[in-house]
Design a protein around this ligand. Structure first.
Ligand code: SF4
Ligand code: FE
Length: 484
């Protein structure tokens, strides 16, 4: 089956019937809703670019499962080159969409599950890997988009899953029968859960024996009976309903986040990849998290490229480029962006072969990469606001700009340097606003901090991975310290 292009992907979504609530209403055709369309378009780009000969090498790979050409977003990493290419691909998509294009979760989770299920089958004699590979065959052949639901809603964070007063605050198995399992719970911050064909579901953290019923991983169609998606509000989202284009900033592309409810959802055994083996529960988010943290080195660098371009353009429109401090600030933005990117690339270069035969990101560098992502875009935002000026928080609506009376004043008094159309200046101001404070902020600022786990999760991983004794030994040697 040939790979889908953007149009075919959008058509494929129309056949799905997910239950979606948005602004207090149940939405009939979610993929056609004006608030949802931009996020769907962002995913469609991951399909479309795979058909562009210019990007084919980056966007596609040869599958170890089917032996056929697949979209790289569904690929199991076979070489270090694959780890490097996924970061380059993410940067490209970040540049083309200026938002979260949501599909990296397919490859980053699939690669984690590929390893963990293989380890389990070898050690426990289960058949999880066989089931998983069977499912991936379908994903690769039909070129499907698979989301990941990992972040439980967690209730009282100081309590373990089984200690919660309400037992459903971490997703759990409530019943089992000969056909499969029935699960209940909710997952928060679900990137693109309505724009996928299937959703991988996995534990959010390590589990102990008492939490056994919470140690569950599986895959379900995103429109399975009992699944409800409740749309997350985004900054300035109602602008999309006002018929605005300029005021939205980036009206073609956007991110999507939902709360995903699992109200007694049935999952057949052939789609279950972990059920009760609590010792393995933590390994899935551990591997997924590190994988995804490396990918951020690409996507956030790509979005930063757009931000730098927008700020440089506005500085140019305002006649600011002759001032050395403006150039210095722009250079700092480039330096920060390349720091994010090179750490993602390095995590691939230093990636290692796993016992499952796949390649996996360097854990330490993958986590350092995400820690950079949690910090550096905030400095970039500071620089962007500094260069852009107060207007990014005070600009009147495009409706005033195009108003027969008010418009002529705005056109005259908001102009930049000679020869620049005021409308172009307004467009670029709105794009910067979108990226830093508006709709794009969800995929750039907020996600940079919280996506693939908050900075504290990376710090704790770094703490586990660093060989402190070796570093102390180095210092002792240099300092001439000899201890008995
Ligand atoms: Fe991909 Fe980045 Fe979105 Fe994660 S945050 S799904 S890596 S675009
Ligand atoms: Fe994300």
């Amino acid at each position: 089956m040939p790979l889908m292009n953007g149009k075919e992907y959008i058509e494929s979504l129309k056949k799905m019937k997910p239950v979606v609530y948005l602004f207090g209403e149940k939405i009939e055709n979610p993929s056609e809703h004006p608030v949802i369309i931009p996020s769907r378009n962002a995913v469609a780009m991951t399909y479309e670019l795979a058909h562009d000969p210019k990007y084919e090498e980056l966007m596609t790979a040869v599958s170890n499962i089917t032996g056929e050409k697949v979209n790289r977003f569904t690929h199991i990493y076979q070489t270090k080159e694959d780890l490097i290419k996924k970061v380059k691909m993410a940067r490209l998509l970040g540049q083309k969409t200026a938002t979260c294009f949501q599909r990296c979760t397919t490859m980053d989770t699939a690669n984690a599950l590929y390893i963990v299920t293989k380890e389990m089958d070898e050690k426990l004699g289960t058949e999880y890997h066989k089931r998983f590979v069977e499912f991936m065959k379908e994903v690769q052949t039909k070129d499907l988009n698979v989301g990941v639901a990992m972040t439980d809603v967690k209730g009282d964070r100081s309590l373990r899953p089984h200690e919660q007063k309400d037992k459903d605050l971490y997703l759990r198995v409530v019943r089992k029968n000969s056909d499969g399992i029935i699960v209940r719970g909710a997952k928060a911050n679900q990137s693109g859960s309505i724009n996928v064909h299937y959703t991988f579901v996995a534990p959010t953290c390590a589990m102990r024996e008492e939490d056994k019923e919470y140690a569950v991983a599986f895959v379900v169609p995103s429109d399975e009976k009992g699944i409800i998606h409740i749309y997350g509000r985004q900054f300035s989202d109602s602008r999309k309903l006002e018929g605005c284009k300029i005021d939205v900033g980036n009206y073609r592309f956007g991110a999507q986040e939902t709360v995903m409810i699992f109200d007694d959802v049935f999952v057949p055994w052939e789609r279950v990849f972990l059920c009760g083996e609590y010792e393995w529960a933590g390994r899935i988010p551990y591997l997924f998290g590190s994988n995804h943290r490396q990918t951020y080195g690409g996507c956030k660098a790509g979005v930063s490229d757009v931000l730098i371009g927008a700020v440089a353009l506005l500085a140019e429109y305002n006649g600011l480029m002759k001032f050395p401090h403006i150039r210095e600030k722009l250079i700092e933005m480039v330096w920060l962006t390349e720091t994010i990117y090179c750490c993602g690339i390095a995590a691939g270069v230093e990636g290692e072969r796993t016992s499952a035969g796949t390649y996996f990101t360097n854990l330490l560098l993958g986590n350092v990469c995400k820690l950079n992502v949690a910090k550096l875009p905030y400095r970039m935002a500071e620089l962007a606001v500094d260069i852009a000026g107060g207007i990014i928080g005070t600009l009147p609506s495009e409706k005033d700009f195009f108003h027969p009376e008010a418009g002529k004043y705005l056109d005259k008094y908001l102009q930049g340097k000679e020869g620049v159309k005021t409308e172009n200046k307004i467009r670029i101001i709105r794009l910067i606003e979108n990226l830093l404070f508006g709709l794009g902020a969800v995929g750039y600022m907020v996600e940079s901090m919280q996506g693939a786990g908050p900075p504290e999760a990376q710090r704790s991983m770094i703490n586990r991975l660093v060989n402190w004794d070796e570093k102390k030994k180095l210092a002792k040697e240099i300092a001439g310290i000899k201890e008995d």
